[in-house]
Design a binder for this molecule. Structure first.
Ligand code: GLN
Length: 382
């Protein structure tokens, strides 16, 4: 008889991104669900990866990353946020930002440690905390602006607080943190042994001319933060699984101890190719304009629909309330949208530990105009 293992994550099922992707494929629906773009990948980047493979760069990369890539990233962040991280001691290339988040959490969270997570939240943070025996402390973002109530954060800090997870631009709400938010955070962590995981994978997708507030810009935050970003989101290559973490040497030291026994290193030819294209800052500096156009196009196309749209200030996500259409639970509504209308989205309740259902769904608008127009046409008829 086969034994059934006692689950380490008894209350966790399959991630909503897999569920909706599968359903979408089954019904051949328009995929505005899982967050990935259909924007073409740079030919140059593809040629470079191929070239490096042909040249024989097919074995393990150094555990923390290819030196050329680490150096280029250091230069990039010097230009972007005024801080040049030490390539040898502060940057680690990972298999996607998800590996970086998992590794960062695992490096600092001990049994019983508390981790502040703002909800709605991307699903990988809390599960990594739970695997470490840590305690997620959930703080809801304030409806409907999805802002952070810093008074509540202060109240939730205890001697066991070890980590605060922030994510700006924010998945799934599309909100961004302001200078004021960063100052509040600085005040809260000052003099305390509290670390920050700053998930900034959408750092290059910020709208309406606002600057992106990165922890790397703030010396008091940077000294206790894991900054995490993603080549996948920046170069439209989410399937290559390429991310990275920038953190001070003492944090990076612990981070690498775990990374080395998890994936050891990331894909070698991609690292060389990305190092080459990093010189071309237009490739990432043009992203905000490109995605802002898509946001504007999609929201304009939905104007006549019965969906109520929330402001999206960054990321490639648009939240929409379907309250005027139906009072079904969001999971049920999202699945029906696929089956009956052929459009896939992501319901928002899985981003809450208690599955808070506010009749809101998330659309990904990083898609071709025709796809967005086609989806909007259907959505306007509901
Ligand atoms: N970040 C992507 C999203 O929010 C999905 C990532 C994943 O599927 N793990 O849709």
């Amino acid at each position: 008889m086969a034994f059934i293992p006692s689950s380490k994550l008894p209350n966790t099922g399959t991630t909503i991104f897999s569920i909706m992707a599968k359903l979408c494929a089954e019904y051949n629906a328009i995929n505005l669900a899982q967050g990935f773009p259909d924007i073409p990948v740079s030919n140059k980047l593809i040629e470079l990866v191929t070239e490096y493979m042909r040249k024989g760069y097919n074995q393990y990369a150094p555990m923390h990353g290819v030196p050329a890539l680490l150096e280029k990233l250091s230069d990039k962040y010097k230009k972007m946020y005024g801080y040049a991280p030490d390539p040898e001691k502060e940057i680690t290339i990972t298999c996607g930002a998800t590996e970086a988040c998992f590794t960062a959490i695992t490096s600092v969270v001990h049994r019983g440690d508390e981790v502040i997570i703002f909800e709605p939240a991307f699903d990988c943070y809390a599960n990594a905390v739970l695997l470490c025996g840590g305690v997620p402390v959930y703080i809801p973002m304030q409806y409907s602006a999805y802002s952070i109530n810093w008074i509540e954060v202060r109240e939730k800090i205890t001697p066991r607080t070890k980590l605060i997870v922030i994510n700006s631009p924010h998945n799934p709400t599309g909100t961004t943190l302001s200078v004021h938010d960063m100052h509040e955070l600085e005040t809260i962590v000052k003099g305390k042994e509290i670390f920050i995981l700053s998930d900034e994978v959408y750092e290059h997708i910020v709208f309406d001319g606002q600057p992106h507030e990165s922890v790397l810009k703030y010396p008091n935050l940077r000294q206790c933060s894991f900054f995490i970003s993603s080549f996948g989101k920046t170069y439209h290559i989410t399937g290559w699984r390429m991310g990275y973490c920038i953190a001070p040497p003492s944090l990076t030291y612990e981070f690498r101890k775990i990374h080395q026994f998890n994936t050891f290193s990331a894909h070698t030819p991609s690292q060389y190719a990305l190092a080459d294209v990093l010189d071309d800052s237009e490739m990432y500096l043009s992203l905000s304009t490109l995605l802002e156009e898509k946001r504007n196009f999609f929201t304009a196309a939905l104007k006549k629909s019965r969906f109520v749209l929330y402001p999206s200030r960054g990321t490639y996500f648009q939240l929409a309330s379907y309250e005027k259409i139906s009072d079904e639970p969001d999971m049920q509504f999202a699945k029906r949208l696929v089956r009956e209308y052929g459009v896939a989205c992501i319901p928002v309740s899985p981003f809450y530990h208690n599955h808070l259902d506010q009749k809101i769904i998330r659309f990904c608008f990083a898609k071709h105009r025709d796809t967005l127009a086609q989806a909007a046409e259907v959505l306007c008829k509901i």
